[in-house]
Design a protein around this ligand. Structure first.
Ligand code: ARG
Length: 703
């Protein structure tokens, strides 16, 4: 004969809503009726007694939530893991529950201090006893799960709760007999839903709608084929019936006001152990170090936020706060993730933030050989714009050709190991590509409080830059352009046709003529409209002097393309005196190299336009090498392409009338980018004026 099933309940003598620790309690302080609560509790007690034995623990004055015995602890066999409440409002219940378990002869395990875990409210056994579902995200900490696996010798599957109304696992998840599962999927993140779907066959999953979920339909007590719950919808009852369950409804509205219902009010204290089951947990932990102006620059909070947002958890092992304004801080953080995949995702983002591996980091990165040309191994590390170093033979090796969205290939030469960023398409058979995230670090400049201000100078907050603020950035940029020119540096401009339409051509032409531009990148259109303006005075058929459309103007650009095609190239047209001014003319005259990358919408194209996109990308990358500054002038497409090819450390100035474009381009998380939301023609005219101011009077006299 099998032992009878037992539940633990706690009479509601002192039950009330006294404080707010979950969204259900809000607005309900002292709003529940004692009489009705007692009556509802007794009904539940009565129903349960028909199907199992019910033990009682003494209610204690001052601990109104003690009725929710599900949160006493988690029982398996004769072992219990005692709850450690997250909120101090409930911590006082712990000793009473502990005493009850000890008196009944249970072996009681207690988690380390400050590691919250709220018992069977957040940990539910598969009704077949095959594994334990454990929730985290609001009350219980992910790091408690490995303890559960160890002490209860069972496999633990971690599920992340993301809707604060469903703060305990048992508010939205209820394993039923026969392998069925009653649950509310939107309460979980996508990883958790995938895990649930992997373990529970589709025909066994009873996903409920929000209307039932908010009536705590998942907060049900299941004994064999009986399911006890608060009032629920007919359709859900029908579905449960079809799966062979008998639903017993019993009103629990008074307890809903505290955020609990049938299941919360009970704790099953007889859970048979399956001897063939053993401990297994996929929770992983790693320790990282961070250094820099961790507080002032907000770096530490960014790091901790990203861990949690990605479904992980953390513990700050130590934090050395730099005391002086200029002194840096350092911290050691233990990062936990529910599984390896999530850990890698979190780690790669932390590496981007400059997280350092612990000193005892591995000696060699993990690599896998390329077996198909142009295809990386599955788990390849995706590069970023930041200078990166990788561990090879116990040394940190600097990665060459740094750019984002590539893979890192490590190859051994007689002069030692070489690590290089490579585009997927450039990978060759035999390349050793880094996989995983171990042994990789990015080198970040210590962001200081001052530098952080420059970043914010990019106007994103205000949406549109005020006139004065535009002038201020223009002053700064003009100064830097001068410096770069005087030092023989390199400025690359990427520009869209809007530069021409907004009257910017004359200013950009001047910049080229006066030696401020060392390469020009764009598409077919900027060249076409620039030449159209030079040859016919219109830009896309609009007279640039009078600002009105001219008759037949819409054909102008095609005539222009045709003419250049007749000459064979822009340079030849310039040579032959067909083009006498404008951006392209100045490039040819000043020997400033340009690359025009083609696209699907190009008319013509001009003979100079490179329609082989891979070649165009290569040419862009070549012209960008060694750039000190990149001016991105109203061309989203080409600017994004350029941004992807450029490592951190190169100053990027992005000008566009559309704030969304500016945000997208300058939000690289690197302090060197500046965004300006304004008309690009106006920007260029301000810029040339400012450069005039900076230029010595003698110089002006010459031109
Ligand atoms: N007021 C209680 C709390 O917020 C309700 C607990 C409900 N228990 C449960 N297992 N879901 O802690």
């Amino acid at each position: 004969m099998t032992d009878p099933i037992r539940f633990l309940m706690c009479p509601p003598d002192h039950y009330d809503v006294d404080y707010v620790i979950n969204p259900w309690m809000e607005g309900n302080i002292h709003k529940s009726s004692r009489d009705r609560a007692v009556e509802q509790w007794q009904k539940l007690h009565h129903v349960l007694k028909d199907h199992a034995l019910v033990d009682l623990v003494n209610p204690e004055k001052g601990w109104p939530d003690m009725v929710f015995t599900a949160n006493a602890g988690l029982v398996l066999g004769k072992t219990v893991v005692l709850s450690r409440f997250y909120h101090k409002e409930r911590q006082g219940e712990e000793p009473y529950f502990k005493k009850w378990f000890e008196d009944q002869g249970y072996t009681v395990y207690e988690l380390p201090k400050d590691l919250p875990f709220e018992g069977a409210g957040d940990a539910l056994l598969d009704r077949e006893g095959r594994w334990l579902w454990a929730g985290y995200g609001f009350r219980s900490e992910l790091d408690s799960h490995p303890y559960l696996a160890k002490w209860l010798n069972i496999e633990v599957l971690s599920l992340r709760l993301i809707d604060e109304r469903f703060y305990h696992l048992d508010t939205c998840f209820c394993p039923l007999a026969g392998g069925y599962l009653l649950y509310y999927p939107p309460a979980f993140d996508s990883y958790s839903n995938r895990l649930i779907e992997m373990r529970v066959a589709p025909e066994k999953r009873i996903a409920i709608a929000e209307a039932d979920a908010v009536n705590f339909a998942c907060n049900a007590v299941n004994v064999d084929d009986v399911v006890v719950m608060n009032k629920t919808s007919d359709s859900l009852k029908q579905r449960l019936k079809e799966c062979g369950f008998q639903v017993i409804e019993t009103p629990l509205t008074e307890f809903l006001k505290a955020g609990g219902a049938a299941k919360c009010l009970t704790l099953r204290v007889t859970e048979p152990v399956r001897v063939e089951i053993h401990s297994l947990v996929s929770v992983e932990s790693r320790t990282i170090r961070m250094e820099g102006h961790l507080l002032d620059s907000g770096l530490i909070s960014r790091a901790l936020d990203l861990i949690v947002e990605n479904g992980g958890s953390f513990q700050v092992l130590n934090f050395n706060l730099g005391e002086q304004r200029q002194s840096t801080s350092s911290a050691e953080v233990k990062v936990s993730a529910p599984d390896h995949e999530i850990m890698e995702e979190i780690m790669s983002q932390l590496i981007d933030l400059g997280a350092l591996p612990p000193p005892q980091e591995i000696c060699d990165v993990n690599t896998e050989a390329v077996t198909i040309p142009g295809v990386a191994p599955d788990d390849f590390y995706v590069t970023t714009i930041y200078p990166t170093e990788v561990r090879v033979h116990c040394e940190w090796v600097k990665v060459q050709n740094q750019r984002m969205d590539g893979a890192i290939a490590v190859n051994f030469t007689p002069d030692g190991p070489i690590a290089k960023c490579k585009l997927l398409r450039d990978l060759e058979i035999g390349d050793h590509v880094i996989v995983g995230v171990e042994g990789i670090r990015t080198i970040r400049k210590t962001e200081s409080r001052e530098q952080r201000n420059t970043q914010e100078f990019s106007f994103m907050g205000s949406g549109v830059s005020s006139e004065r603020r535009v002038e201020l950035v223009v002053e700064q940029i003009a100064w830097e352009l001068r410096q770069i020119r005087d030092q023989g540096g390199k400025v690359v401009v990427t520009a869209g046709p809007v530069v021409i339409h907004t009257g910017g051509a004359e200013h950009l032409s001047r910049l080229i003529r006066e030696g401020y531009v060392q390469a020009l990148l764009g598409g077919n259109a900027i060249a076409v409209h620039d030449i159209e303006q030079a040859m016919m005075g219109t830009s896309l058929g609009v007279d640039m002097k009078r600002g009105v459309a001219v008759r037949g103007g819409h054909r102008h650009h095609l005539k222009v393309i045709n003419t250049i095609r007749r000459y064979g190239s822009i340079a030849k047209a310039v040579e032959n005196g067909v083009i006498n001014g404008g951006v392209m003319y100045e490039c040819v005259r000043s020997n400033v190299p340009f690359c025009l990358a083609g696209s699907i919408r190009d008319d013509g194209p001009l003979p100079d336009t490179e329609m082989d996109l891979i070649k165009a990308q290569e040419e862009y990358a070549r012209l960008l090498q060694g750039a000190d500054m990149i001016l991105m002038l109203s061309s989203m497409l080409h600017s994004i392409g350029v941004g992807n090819m450029t490592p951190a450390g190169v100053k990027m100035v992005c000008v566009d009338i559309n704030p969304a474009v500016v945000t997208k381009l300058s939000d690289r998380g690197s302090i060197e980018s500046v965004g300006v939301v304004t008309d690009v023609g106006l920007f260029l005219s301000l810029l040339t004026k400012q450069l005039d101011k900076l230029t010595s009077p003698y110089h002006i006299a010459k031109t």
